[in-house]
Design a protein around this ligand. Structure first.
Ligand code: AMP
Length: 394
């Protein structure tokens, strides 16, 4: 990585502002249902503790839209962090208010202060310079370790870097290493598996990946726009009519670049978009008029699996069917199982595919599951992530 990390500067005893991604899912009683993102922040925090730093953690949680809302408080995160680190976490009542600034001022080496949800201030998402300056004034060094928000130019991700020496933490370093190597220096064959609901969300990724991959496997709702573009009947399957030409162009581009592009050969269709709907498997080129494609079929699973087994590097983003409905999660789970078995570098781009791998209990068998759905997608699109661009060069 060409950006400085916490290993590249002297942090001994310094007061450090660390942007983490503690945007964890919670149930209605504010119990954390998945602590992955908190666990992913631990290596950086532990390193800073070893360096006797005075640590100020800042994060967002959900979308409180610029005002204090109890249900978006980071207090449950403080408790979880305290449990994981087996030490007290000092919780601030606000972000840049009297309580936070006072607690930050009195912080001793080896202590951790967690600020309240930074999105309780609208200035955060506005990337307001005054707000950034105030936040930065609490510390001497800025560490960004929030990969999940690295694609956002907000006060706590880029703004503070204008006022403090800024370096990355270990999580961002790790994410960039895996995603970057997969895209720029992969062991080949390199296969990308793209699913999810819409082509429109993934156009830029498909377009960029066609330049890089040996094989592109398409599944999920967006496959039907491609099938329709080839002139086939797709019944009531999800389709973006205004993207048919684009789908044709992408297929043409894949052809020109000698990229093998695979589409489903059979499809599990349902009568309605609901979990217990009547279902059957049909050829993808013959979807009956009042049925809709909701998962890839067995033959497609076999075809895709055989191809994936040849890969040395696999990048996967987006489920191959409506995996929230058990009977249409078969394709997504089967592909997750293949990824878990093969001798290759396997990378999951966060979001729904990460949830699917977790649901199948296969997380440990994947080389890297990204903590940032949106950020990893923008990285795969070839975009510069502002939260990383703002860090000091090596
Ligand atoms: P994305 O956020 O674009 O990765 O899309 C994920 C969503 O795509 C999930 O909620 C899936 O249920 C949905 N999805 C996958 N396959 C289909 C399909 N065949 N029809 C409708 N939605 C789908």
């Amino acid at each position: 990585m060409d950006k400085k990390t916490i290993k590249d500067i002297d942090l001994k005893g310094k007061k450090v502002l660390v942007r983490c991604d503690f945007n964890v899912p919670m149930d209605e009683n504010q119990n954390i249902t998945d602590n992955n993102r908190i666990v992913a922040a631990l290596p950086t925090i532990k390193y800073l503790l070893e360096q006797d730093c005075k640590i100020i953690l800042v994060s967002h949680l959900g979308r409180p839209k610029g005002e204090f809302k109890k249900e978006f408080s980071l207090e449950p995160v403080a408790k979880e962090l305290s449990k994981l680190l087996n030490m007290e976490i000092i919780m601030a009542k606000d972000v840049i208010g009297e309580d936070a600034t006072e607690k930050a001022k009195n912080l001793k080496p080896g202590e951790i202060l967690l600020l309240e949800n930074v999105r309780f201030h609208r200035e955060e998402t506005d990337n307001d310079p005054e707000f950034s300056k105030k936040l930065a004034s609490m510390a001497e060094i800025f560490v960004n370790d929030a990969f999940g928000t690295a694609h956002r130019a907000h006060s706590s991700t880029t703004g503070v870097a204008e006022f403090l020496p800024a370096v990355s933490g270990f999580l961002i370093e790790k994410e960039l290493k895996f995603l970057g190597n997969a895209i720029n220096n992969p062991e080949r064959p390199l296969i990308a598996i793209l699913g999810g609901a819409k082509v429109s969300d993934k156009i830029a990724v498909i377009d960029n990946l066609i330049e890089k991959v040996d094989t592109l496997i398409i599944g999920g709702g967006m496959a039907y726009t491609f099938l329709k573009a080839q002139g086939y009947e797709i019944g009531n399957s999800i389709c973006e009519i205004d993207k048919l030409d684009l789908a044709k162009q992408l297929m043409e581009k894949a052809n020109q670049k000698n990229v093998k592009l695979l589409l489903p050969v059979d499809t599990k269709v349902g009568k309605e978009f609901k979990s217990d709907t009547e279902s059957k498997t049909v050829k993808s080129t013959e979807i009956p008029s009042d049925w809709q494609g909701l998962d890839i079929g067995e033959k497609t699973i076999e075809l895709y699996s055989e191809e994936i087994k040849k890969a040395k590097t696999v990048i996967w983003n987006g489920p191959l069917g409506v995996f929230e409905f058990d009977q249409f999660s078969v394709g997504t789970i089967a592909i997750a199982k293949i990824l878990a078995q093969i001798d290759a570098t396997t990378i999951i781009g966060g979001g729904d595919s990460a949830a699917a791998v977790k649901k199948a209990g296969l997380e440990d068998k994947i080389t890297h599951v990204s903590t940032g759905g949106g950020a990893s997608l923008e990285f795969l699109e070839g975009k510069k992530l502002p939260g990383i661009a703002a860090l000091m060069d090596k």
